[in-house]
Design a binder for this molecule. Structure first.
Ligand code: PHE
Length: 458
């Protein structure tokens, strides 16, 4: 008899992580991805740096961290896919299975995010080949811009790489999470950090490091717009993979004895460090070469190759860097699919491969809209811009915060003190009390205020 059944606790239907370290790696693999290296620099550039970065850090630690802990504890207690877990715990803790809609919102959010995430990841993969072929060597900013335009403005090329990346993602999800994922992250994450440090060295020597530092950290609070604050909030959710059940799904496979607080803090710290590192690499290059920091989703693809083109051995470094970025995106993409696939398997009783291929196929198809947003449909703009820009804005800045708000309110207000303490710290010590305070007051109030502020209530 297992420890689980002796204590009356539930066991996971999809296996468990082999160790706490394996779980940290899986969640870190989910958290660290395009959000850190591609999106953080690009939105920091668009929203003026400085105050945006500081506000983002506030959102990560005051809101994102307690929500990550809430997702892990809910996931581990329910031990099902996020929809079933929210339904089950909703019934148990709050007398209503209606909470399952929070899980469903998360599944839909994951599907929508992956549809465009895969397109950007495809670019990273394409750049690996460009780098390996030595195509960046000695280029100036204009020539690098041409390479990016050649890729993004070609529906065929962008579509091709989107297809390759979705295929890679589906293959892993079809096999099941425990196999493969752990091993990959264990090697790749340190390698990615190592290469970012090499690039940091380049930026410090050859870039305008002072301008980069100033841009990222000088607090010009008057420049933080209402929309910038909302985007910083949304990105805190996006980068930590919280608000849609990805971490909840992985929490379902976490053995009982592991500390949720320590694990979450390690992951949040690593994720934040990598984003800041990416910013410190990119902005000095941007300013040194007279690029526009606010140029949008192409920022890293238009700036980094300049560094690779000048670096000794840059051909190799470029190929390695984009390879690692593709891997980082891959482990994130897997976690974007896992909640939906686990749900389909458990509710429709389909096999894992069938669930993964059918859901992945649908995501791929929908992703073609994002592919075309950079070429054939680039003139089709409304609200926030292209179709891609709208899906990104809707998912990151509205759906994730909404899901996170519901999750944290559930954990803070609807779950009993005993249930949450049981998962985080049965003695209900200082750390637990701090979490509960953040879960009940700080996080929900902050999310609500940023939302109301963004829609102009105050
Ligand atoms: N956190 C991932 C990144 O930063 C993206 C992601 C969002 C993954 C939500 C899962 C869920 O790239």
């Amino acid at each position: 008899m297992t420890a689980d059944s002796q204590s009356g606790r539930r066991t996971s239907l999809h296996g468990e992580w082999s160790s706490r370290f394996a779980f940290i790696l899986a969640v870190a693999g989910s958290a660290v991805g395009l959000g850190n290296v591609w999106k953080f620099p690009y939105i920091t550039g668009v929203y003026g740096g400085g105050a945006f970065v500081i506000f983002y850090l506030f959102c990560v630690f005051a809101i994102g961290l307690p929500i990550m802990m809430a997702e892990i504890l809910i996931g581990r207690r329910g031990r099902r896919n996020p929809v079933a877990t929210m339904s089950l715990l909703g019934e148990e803790e709050a007398g209503s299975s209606t909470w399952r809609f929070v899980g469903m919102l998360g599944v839909i959010t994951g599907v929508l995010i992956l549809s465009y995430y895969s397109v950007i990841a495809g670019w990273a993969f394409a750049y690996m080949w460009q780098g390996a072929a030595g195509n960046f060597t000695g280029l100036n900013a204009a020539a690098v811009g041409d390479i990016f335009a050649g890729l993004s403005e070609s529906a065929v090329m962008t579509g091709f790489w989107h297809t390759v990346f979705m295929g890679m993602t589906i293959v892993v999800v079809a096999k099941g999470v425990e196999r493969g994922l752990e091993k990959a992250v264990r090697v790749l994450m340190p390698a990615l950090i190592g290469l970012l440090l090499v690039l940091l060295g380049y930026s410090m020597v050859a870039g305008n490091f002072a301008a980069g530092l100033d841009f990222m950290f000088a607090p010009r609070f008057s420049e933080l717009t209402q929309e910038g604050a909302l985007v910083a909030l949304g990105h805190a959710f996006f980068t930590l993979s919280v608000g849609m059940g990805a971490v909840m799904a992985y929490g379902a496979y976490l053995p009982d004895e592991h500390s949720i607080a320590k694990t979450s803090m390690a992951i949040v710290a690593a994720d934040t460090a990598i984003a800041i590192l990416a910013g410190l690499v990119i902005f000095p290059i941007v300013f040194q070469n007279g690029l526009n920091p606010a140029s949008g989703p192409g920022l890293i693809f238009q700036s980094l190759p300049l560094a690779f083109g000048q670096l000794p051995g840059g051909q190799f470094v470029a190929a390695m860097f984009f390879l690692l970025l593709t891997f980082a995106a891959w482990t994130s993409a897997i976690s974007l699919m896992e909640p939906g696939v686990a749900w389909i398997i458990e509710s429709l009783k389909l096999s894992r491969p069938v669930a993964a291929w059918s859901m992945g196929g649908a995501i791929w198809l929908f992703g073609l809209l994002s592919v075309l947003s950079f070429n054939a449909l680039s003139e089709v703009t409304f609200l926030r811009g292209t179709i891609f820009a709208n899906i990104d804005f809707l998912t990151s800045n509205i759906m994730l915060p909404l899901g996170g708000f519901a999750i944290i309110c559930f954990a803070g207000w609807f779950m009993s003190h005993n249930s949450t303490a049981d998962e985080i710290d049965p003695e209900a010590g200082r750390g637990y009390r701090a979490w509960r305070f953040a879960a009940r007051y700080i996080a929900p109030i902050a999310v609500a205020m940023i939302f109301l502020n963004a829609i102009g209530v105050f």
